[in-house]
Write a protein that binds this ligand. Structure first.
Ligand code: GDG
Length: 736
């Protein structure tokens, strides 16, 4: 087992240079704490940017910095000021951050910063390739590094990579506006496991993967060529004990041990015990909805004037990204709003808002959490929001009310709080009223449940769950790989092939010999395929059948003059040596008149779908429809058809983006078995990609070499990844 490598934009330590000496101080942020169980001992390495640009690091201190970082299991990626500008302040925070938080109007699509983002992601990937090895486990964090997984995968195909996104993943409608959406998705798909805070972000991501890349998704697995990528939600928790213990310790302090801030807070409490403190803590970021909260506070004071002089709003806005223009504008807006509201409502003995624009030490954070009767957190969008969880963890006597925006990821797990829509001032004002008047018992009942949950699913559990899931995914992959046609396995198959006296091959066409096309008529054979089939067809002692669900007219056009053996419409028709197609099965088609109008009504209601009419079957194709809508309609159609056909001799086949109605006595397995019975074959081979090919895999005898194209569940013995690999395999037969 290798090491664990963690990669994030920033390292979990801060560098301080004083008097030419370097000091590395561990950061106290949630991520750094959460990763403690993963990043410990000598078995892990954290790679990230140190926070100092190349220009800020004196040449002579380079080695000292590396040594200081190494003491904390960290290693730095060097970035110039220009790179930080384009990569961090540019693409990360002026494109991805606003877009992923639904602030479309703030998103800038600048080619130059995208290029810097790519180049810097490559630097991070290179740092991994330099410091890690292929048997290590890599965990990449957050939106600044979305291209890193694929960059590493290209060099190390078998490496285990997990990615966690700490911010929301937006709906497809938002994500699709980004010019480089394909590259970003491809970058992420270099991972084995992709984690999000909530199921909503997960399904938005899967929807983009299907719609933008057209990839096959089954539940939360994505199939990409030879890999299966798992997508899951892991709601991040907090270091519960740390906050609980700090609050307990805080409660036991002597008055003279209290911080200045706490002393001041207490003074106000004592002078007016009825007065309620409302607390708002966030980084100063437009996604946090601070300005809107101020407007809502004004609305509340007007709606419930009896609370003038009875409530006080404490706002801690932590400076953030202050060289991005949007943040400067926001700061100005908030400064002015606080001034205006205080000006409007203040009395000689009361200032409604206390506003702090700074970062406070941990101790003061605890002062604020423990002193506030209500935590009022109303982000417009927030990946998770840890402040909400921290507030609850510090409420040692279980009192206190949390008012939380339903747009925060944490709202999913904090149902016992008062959930609000941050745009609904009426609801917010009423929730503040409810919070102020909530009986103590009710507060304690709600918080008791919340605390239990937060204590159990803490940040350590979050990190361990993610790592375990990543390891499981690798094991699952290894188990799957056991059915891959490896070099030795191929050699063994080829030996049998050569030794055989009579060989019989069944080759499915669409998705096997040729890739899919939105218009099935355009997916015709190419020169390379003809050459391959000619070579097989001309081989001694070899009978080759193209076996397909296609109609006979198309195959007549494509292949008849080649004289290949063909079975079409799943086994209704057969043609050998260039003869016209003959019926292989006795089938009826008088049912079509009844079923066609049903399919037509589905075509009318499902844009992009169409009917393919064959002699003895009707197929409803939906490859070109919206994937979710298509699947929904397919399920609906399946139910309608099943109730219609009842006990008739018809069956409904669910193929790859096609649903086909046909006689139930026809399928590829039955047809293949009939061909087998015609001679004494000692090497039988069947290959196909779709559900309809499973009939062959199931019905042909055990000794058959059955091969599935793709990684879906199958009765076949082996799999190959894609049509290119199919052709390689058949080429090796042709040369045997
Ligand atoms: C991103 C996502 C997601 C705040 N002020 C001070 C201070 N803090 C600490 C809090 C808390 C953290 O900062 C803030 O975390 P949040 O989760 O609330 O928000 P973001 O910084 O936007 O984090 C977010 C998170 O990543 C994790 O995945 O939840 O949605 O946006 O821990 O305690 N700490 C100190 N002084 C302060 O003034 N010491």
């Amino acid at each position: 087992m290798g090491k664990t490598i963690i990669i994030s934009n920033r390292l979990p330590v801060q560098l301080q240079i004083s008097n030419g000496r370097i000091n590395a101080v561990p950061s106290v942020g949630g991520l750094a704490t959460g990763m403690k169980s993963v990043h410990s001992g000598g078995d892990s390495l954290w790679i990230g940017w140190s926070g100092l640009t190349d220009e800020e690091i004196p040449d002579e201190l380079g080695d000292d910095i590396d040594r200081a970082l190494a003491e904390h299991g960290s290693s730095k990626v060097k970035l110039t000021a220009e790179e930080v500008d384009g990569f961090y302040y540019g693409f990360s925070n002026r494109t991805i951050w606003p877009l992923f938080h639904y602030f479309l109007e703030y998103s800038e699509f600048e080619l130059a910063s995208w290029n810097t983002y790519k180049a810097v992601n490559q630097k991070f990937a290179d740092a991994i390739l330099e410091k890690a090895s292929e048997d290590d486990i890599i965990w990449v964090h957050d939106y600044q590094l979305m291209l890193v997984p694929q960059m590493v995968r290209e060099q190390w195909p078998n490496i285990s990579i997990g990615f966690f996104l700490h911010i929301p993943f937006p709906s497809f409608e938002i994500f699709r506006t980004m010019p480089w959406r394909e590259e970003v998705l491809q970058g992420l798909l270099g991972s084995d496991l992709i984690g999000f805070h909530t199921y909503d972000y997960e399904r938005h991501f899967l929807s983009s993967v299907r719609r933008i890349l057209g990839l096959e998704v089954s539940f939360n697995d994505i199939y990409v060529d030879n890999r299966v990528i798992k997508v899951d939600s892991f709601p991040m928790g907090i270091d519960y004990k740390k906050f609980k213990n700090a609050a307990e310790e805080h409660a036991q302090r002597n008055p003279d041990e209290l911080s200045e801030l706490q002393k001041r807070l207490n003074k106000h409490k004592i002078s007016d015990p009825e007065n309620k403190f409302l607390l708002s803590i966030d980084r100063l970021d437009y996604s946090k909805g601070i300005a809107k909260r101020l407007y809502a506070f004004e609305y509340f004071l007007n709606k419930y004037p009896q609370y003038k002089e009875k409530v006080r709003l404490i706002i801690l806005a932590v400076p953030s990204r202050s060289n991005v223009p949007q943040y400067q504008l926001l700061k100005k807006e908030i400064d002015e709003l606080v001034g205006r509201i205080n000006g409007e409502f203040a009395t000689v003995s009361w200032t409604p808002i206390w506003y702090f624009y700074r970062s406070m030490p941990f101790e003061n954070l605890i002062d604020l959490y423990t002193s506030s009767d209500i935590a009022w957190l109303t982000p417009l969008r927030d990946g998770m929001n840890l402040v909400a969880k921290e507030y609850i963890a510090t409420r040692t006597d279980k009192t206190g009310v949390l008012i939380l925006s339903e747009m925060a990821g944490s709202a999913n797990e904090m149902n016992e709080s008062l959930l609000i829509n941050p745009n609904n001032f009426e609801q917010i004002a009423d929730s503040l009223y409810e919070a102020i008047n909530m009986p103590k018992e009710e507060q304690q009942a709600r918080n008791g449940i919340l605390q239990k949950r937060l204590e159990r699913y803490n940040v350590e559990k979050w990190a361990n769950d993610f790592m375990n899931s990543l390891k499981e995914q690798k094991d699952r992959d290894a188990a799957n790989v056991s059915s891959r046609i490896t070099e030795p396995r191929l050699n063994a198959i080829l030996e049998d092939y050569k030794k055989a006296k009579k060989r019989l091959l069944f080759l499915d066409y669409d998705g096997t010999l040729a890739g899919f096309h939105n218009d099935p008529q355009k997916a015709g054979p190419d020169k390379e395929l003809f050459d391959l089939l000619d070579a097989l067809y001309n081989q001694q002692n070899t009978t080759v059948f193209l076996i397909s669900g296609r109609d006979k007219d198309t195959f007549t056009r494509w292949f008849l003059e080649k004289k290949y053996n063909m079975i079409v419409e799943h086994g209704v028709w057969i043609s050998r040596n260039g003869e016209d197609f003959k019926l292989l099965e006795n089938v009826k088609n008088d049912w079509m008149e009844k079923i066609r109008p049903v399919l037509e009504s589905f075509v009318d209601r499902t844009p992009g779908s169409f009917i393919e009419e064959k002699n003895y079957s009707l197929a409803w194709h939906y490859r070109k429809t919206d994937p979710d809508f298509g699947n929904l309609r397919a399920t609906e159609l399946s139910t309608v058809l099943r109730s219609l056909i009842g006990t008739d001799d018809l069956s409904v086949l669910n193929g790859n983006k096609v649903m086909e109605v046909k006689s139930s006595n026809v399928n590829k397995g039955r047809a293949a078995m009939r061909m087998m019975g015609e001679d004494d074959y000692d090497f039988v081979f069947a290959i196909g990609d779709d559900w309809t090919d499973e009939f062959m895999f199931q019905e042909l005898p055990e000794s058959t070499v059955t091969v599935k194209v793709g990684r879906q569940k199958t009765a076949a013995k082996y799999f190959v990844e894609n049509t290119r690999k199919v052709r390689e395999l058949l080429n090796s037969f042709a040369k045997a």
